[in-house]
Design a protein. Structure first.
Lengths: 691, 323
């Protein structure tokens, strides 16, 4: 809702440092007229509004719409919070410590925020990760736009190697000095709400830019821009993140390019001045001491800060300055690209699955640039490529294609797993106080041989983010590989009252990382005793259902198959050939058909060493389709090649461990032309009368 | 023993997998198919089916197939039944490079015991069409007797009360605790449930004494069974044109299992040839029976059973003394 003109004019005069008299002179009216506008006694006519706008140096449109003017980059500055008078020192943003500073966590938390902020009724949220590596003049231009010169001295002062945050900073600064290279990671979302609400007090903007450790869980969306946003700051070597948001509902009459920046430093001192740590990038707020407001930016500024959004759909872009992977094993741009793809795919494959009549909740992509040149074109993350079996399961559920018994390897079995809903404590305000049961959906589908981590169950609710994926234990022997997915709460897409209760219960049972359903303080605070047990039983029942689905009904078999002790002793299956045989075997045969249409073969025979030679009578057979074979004659005698010699009877006597001979078949004995044949050679014992 | 061809063949692996089993157009549970053991268990449909269709997928190395001298490759699934000597081929339809899909059909009256499913890739090589250039790495076995899909199968065992009027055929063996019938088309071990306590010890041994008895008795039953089966199998073998004829079926399985233990330094084929010839010559077979007993002892793991039983007895005696 636009403010009235008097408020707008008052604010603008203060911001511009212009007196009412000066304005009156500039637009050629009496000071009394200006006073009347300022106190709201009258409103100027349109021509006068245009003149006022010109005098204030803003667009006429801004004055007509009574909205704040766009800000040019020259008006921006960094404002650091003064250290508190009590001398307290903060070692950094506590929320950031809750997250491992790696790109997978960042991808997970940022995408989760985007999903939580999905515009109701809109299409899928589009989540786009863009990596920019900048060096040389690109780096210089960016640092200038960022006013690096204003913050660098603070960064160096805060880079205390004795502190956790300080060490990261120091490392980041040294890395920048050494490599003259900076990685910027922009995280865009589209079809999301954007950072709405006023600059201070409550709202999405304030929650992201002003607050820390505010989980915001009371809101209807729950968890939106909660602790997870700290992962963005944690992923920056400098604790520095810029934002540009296109709002879904206007703020002060504006929608596009609401921009701000926030730097998270620990306590530090510059000379005699002590600073609490955090700093904000924006327009100095004339109404508040040492505060910077968000600004409505122009395209040029957004572009120079790598924050220009590619279309007008509402949503937010975060720019992580000096993005890095805290685990230390991903340095190169291409590796970071891969890591982001993997991070999104692993946690959100289910959100990205769509059905015939159900859009996916999320589409995501990763792009990499180096100094304005594209390195890896936009890579749309396809859940079916990353998680074929699991994605198939979710798609079958969305399409209503699940089965109650697995018969084909693409089938998806659907089973119900009950979640008992504990009673909420009355005062906890835990919404619908329905105790009862929620029917969660368990999907099981066979996994292919190449499935990297088979036999897992993945838990999910609301936005189908993977809360946890764990291997199912105690599986029946010789079971088929599978993947299982447990859809609870809103992920079941049902609209019964138990869904909301289940969502609430499970959300309360998620620790800050949202990576399990377990006992939490929230759970204890909101529910009566036994809530934790309900959640634990739910998970256990789900795993048990998987086991039961995999177990063949073999109860009545043992009766028919005789005593177990005998079964093992009377096995009739062909024995596995032992590696070393006690008798001669063919090790290798090579051969071809010559011009006379005879087979010429060279054969290597393997046998155990013994004192007496192995006397063998090699035979060659033309093989039929079903085994067996027709023996053919050798033309002339066999030719010993290695470790063997001809006996008087024309057989071969082998010594050592391995012998080689060659031979040619007699074409006259061939039942079919050699080129139409397939042959095998065998080395039976020769029947020679012992001398 | 590897076959060689007068033309280039595929060296890459060809895999055959069974995807779905339909019995009279009704899909059956996937649990009947074991990818690991390449077995399809069809016991549960015994006698109550007319036609079974098994959907299969065959994959070959598409790169190798494209790069080689082969043209117009196609793939067939081959069903063979050793017992009924039936063989059918089913052309599969290509589905992308190096992949074929289709189904094999098994008809009642043509199938008994178990059949084997193989896949052959054939192509035109050097102007000659229809040449075999590769077969599946693992053949599948569709087993009409198996209740669970596993290659591990033991001979059939049946509890029967030999003393009951209804079991007339057992009347003359009424006091025998067990009996192996190797005459049928498959060997059956009959266990006499009329012998009091036999079933209890063999299936539900609880005390140490019972367990010792169970192990020794099981080894004894097994070794007698193996010896009887071997002799039956040997009699089922013969020679033709001086070449030994393997008997096929369970007879061949028994021979292949035991011959390497009878004659450690002879290939099974050589060993069988010699035995068949000696029998034809009318030799006494004393040497043979000694060897059979040895092989049956190994099959039934008797040495271990006896040794551990004696050790347990010794421990029990010590325990009694120390009380």
């Amino acid at each position: 809702m636009p403010q009235d003109f008097s408020t707008w004019l008052k604010g603008m005069l203060r911001q511009r440092g212009m007196s009412q008299k000066e304005l009156a002179a500039a637009i050629d009216v009496t000071p009394a007229a200006v006073t009347a506008w300022v106190v709201g006694r009258s409103v100027p006519r349109y021509e006068k509004i245009a003149a006022i706008a010109q005098a204030l140096g803003v667009a006429a449109e801004d004055a007509v719409s009574r909205r704040p003017p766009a800000v040019s980059s020259s008006e921006l500055s960094w404002i650091f919070r003064k250290a508190p008078a009590d001398g307290g020192r903060e070692g950094g943003n506590a929320a950031a410590f809750a997250f491992a500073a790696n790109l997978e966590v960042l991808a997970r938390e940022a995408t989760q925020n985007s999903l939580d902020e999905r515009l109701p009724g809109g299409g899928p949220v589009l989540s786009r990760f863009v990596l920019h590596e900048v060096t040389g003049q690109h780096l210089e231009a960016f640092l200038e736009a960022l006013r690096w010169s204003e913050i660098e001295k603070h960064l160096r002062a805060a880079a205390d190697p004795g502190q956790k945050v300080g060490r990261v900073l120091l490392d980041g600064l040294q890395e920048l000095d050494r490599t003259k290279r900076l990685v910027l990671l922009r995280v865009d979302d589209f079809n999301a709400t954007g950072l709405t609400g006023p600059d201070y007090s409550d709202g999405r903007f304030a929650r992201v830019v002003r607050r820390t450790l505010d989980s915001g869980k009371a809101g209807t969306q729950g968890g939106s821009y909660g602790l997870g946003k700290a992962a963005l700051w944690a992923a920056s070597r400098f604790g520095l993140v810029l934002v540009n948001s296109t709002l879904s509902e206007s703020q002060d009459g504006r929608y596009e390019r609401r921009m701000a920046g926030r730097l998270e430093l620990p306590w530090h001192a510059l000379g005699a001045d002590e600073f609490a740590g955090p700093a904000w990038f924006g327009v100095k707020d004339p109404d508040r001491a040492d505060s910077a407001r968000s600004w409505w930016g122009d395209r040029a500024t957004a572009r120079s800060l790598y924050l220009e959004r590619e279309d007008t759909a509402p949503g937010t872009s975060f720019l992580v300055v000096g993005a890095y992977d805290g685990s230390g094993d991903t340095e190169q741009l291409e590796e970071m690209h891969e890591r982001l793809v993997a991070g999104v795919a692993r946690n959100f494959w289910a959100s990205m699955v769509g059905g015939e009549n159900a859009d996916p909740l999320l589409r995501a992509s990763v792009t990499s640039w180096r100094n304005g040149q594209i390195v890896r074109a936009e890579e749309r993350i396809d859940p079916h490529r990353h998680e074929p079996a699991r994605s198939r399961a979710v798609k079958a559920y969305l399409d209503g294609d699940t089965v109650s018994e697995l018969t084909a390897r693409e089938d998806v079995l659907q089973v119900t797993v009950p979640l008992k809903l504990p009673r909420a404590k009355d005062a906890a305000g835990a919404g619908p106080n329905t105790s009862g049961t929620h029917d969660a959906v368990l999907l099981i589908t066979p996994a292919g041989d190449d499935e990297p981590r088979p036999d897992h169950i993945s838990y999910m609710r609301a936005t189908r983010m993977v809360v946890k994926s764990k291997k199912v234990g105690d599986l029946p022997m010789g079971h088929r590989s599978f993947q299982a997915v447990l859809l609870a709460g809103a992920a079941t897409r049902r609209e019964t009252p138990d869904v909301a209760s289940a969502e609430q219960l499970l959300r309360a049972s998620e620790p800050p990382d949202h990576n399990d359903w377990t006992g939490t303080e929230d759970l204890t605070a909101m529910y009566v005793r036994g809530a934790r047990q309900c959640v634990v039983n739910f998970k256990r029942d789900a795993e048990q259902s998987v086991r039961e689905a995999l177990r063949a009904d073999d109860a009545e078999q043992s009766e028919e198959e005789g005593p177990e002790v005998l079964r093992e002793l009377l096995r009739l299956d062909p024995p596995k050939a032992s590696r070393t045989q006690g008798f001669p075997t063919i090790h290798a045969v090579e051969g071809h058909v010559d011009e006379q249409s005879a087979w010429r073969v060279t054969v290597t025979v393997k046998y155990p060493e013994r004192e007496e030679p192995w006397v063998l009578a090699p035979v060659v057979r033309f093989m039929g389709r079903d085994g067996g074979g027709i023996p053919v004659r050798w033309a002339g005698s066999l030719v010993p090649v290695k470790n063997c010699e001809l006996t008087e009877a024309g057989n071969l006597a082998f010594r050592g461990r391995r012998g080689v001979f060659s031979g040619v078949t007699d074409a006259a004995s061939h039942p079919v032309p050699a080129v139409m044949s397939r042959i095998e050679v065998d080395v039976p014992r020769a029947k020679e009368a012992k001398a | 023993m590897k076959a060689i061809f007068p033309y280039p063949v595929l060296t890459g692996e060809i895999t055959l997998v069974a995807d779905e089993v339909m019995v009279d157009n009704t899909p059956r549970p996937l649990g009947l198919i074991s990818d690991r053991e390449h077995v399809i268990a069809l016991h549960e449909v015994k006698g109550r089916w007319n036609e079974i269709r098994i959907k299969v997928t065959v994959t070959a190395d598409a790169g190798e197939l494209a790069a080689g001298p082969w043209t117009a490759p196609m793939c067939v699934a081959v069903v063979r039944n050793r017992t009924t000597k039936i063989r059918h081929t089913f052309e599969l339809r290509p589905e992308g490079a190096g992949t074929w899909r289709g189904a094999v059909e098994l008809r009642k009256g043509e199938q008994l015991d178990a059949c084997e499913i193989d896949a052959w890739v054939v192509a035109e090589v050097g102007g000659e069409a229809g040449r075999l250039i590769g077969t599946a790495r693992d053949r599948w076995r569709a087993d009409f007797e198996a209740a669970s899909p596993t290659q591990r199968r033991s001979i059939k065992m049946i509890w029967k009360d030999f003393t009951e009027e209804a079991n007339q055929e057992f009347a003359e063996f009424r006091d025998d605790p067990w009996l192996l019938d190797a005459q049928a088309d498959e060997p059956v071990l009959y266990l006499n449930s009329g012998v009091e306590g036999l079933r209890g010890v063999l299936e539900h041994a609880t005390t140490t004494e019972q367990k010792i008895t169970r192990e020794v008795m099981a080894a004894q039953i097994a070794s007698e069974s193996w010896a009887a089966m071997f002799n039956a199998a040997l009699y089922a073998s013969g020679t033709e044109d001086g070449q030994v004829q393997w008997p096929g079926g369970w007879h061949e399985d028994v021979l292949r299992r035991m011959l390497p233990d009878l004659f450690t330094d002879r290939a099974p084929g050589d060993a069988l040839t010699e035995l068949v010839e000696k029998r034809a010559e009318g030799q006494s077979g004393g040497d043979l029976q000694r060897r059979v007993m040895h092989a049956a002892t190994l099959q039934s793991r008797k040495p271990k059973a006896v040794a551990s039983a004696l050790k347990s007895l010794g421990r029990m005696a010590n325990a009694k003394e120390s009380v």
